[in-house]
Design a protein around this ligand. Sequence first.
Ligand code: AMP
Length: 120
Amino acid sequence: MAYDSENIFAKILRGEIPCTKVYEDDHALAFEDINPQAPIHVLVIPKAAYVSMDDFTSTASDAEIANFFQAVGNTARQLELAEPGYRILANIGDDGMQEVPHLHVHIFGGKKLGPMLTRD
Ligand code: AMP
């Protein structure tokens, strides 16, 4: 899938729509999810244009991949989640039910999170 530069996270990165920023470095931005599904629900995105984790891990450089996962860990530590623990999740594509076509990792925390997936 080609990257759509009009997606909502691209607009956040360009400052065209607001976000509640949690963490930022040269390569990544983390902000609160607008529709939180846990007491703490933050999204971490790379500043570069990647559609998904599949796009990222097949085309990004080793340094970009390292920087991004460091940003995820830095964000969680800044939120003081390392000790109580937290969950990360990335939805990819149709079956993953990804809604926004700019790579994002969800960080959930602030309570015991329960089972990983609901069973059908
Ligand atoms: P996904 O289903 O993994 O693509 O998740 C997209 C997430 O983006 C959802 O949890 C939405 O609540 C969140 N979201 C959508 N628009 C915004 C926005 N403007 N600011 C913050 N989070 C958003």
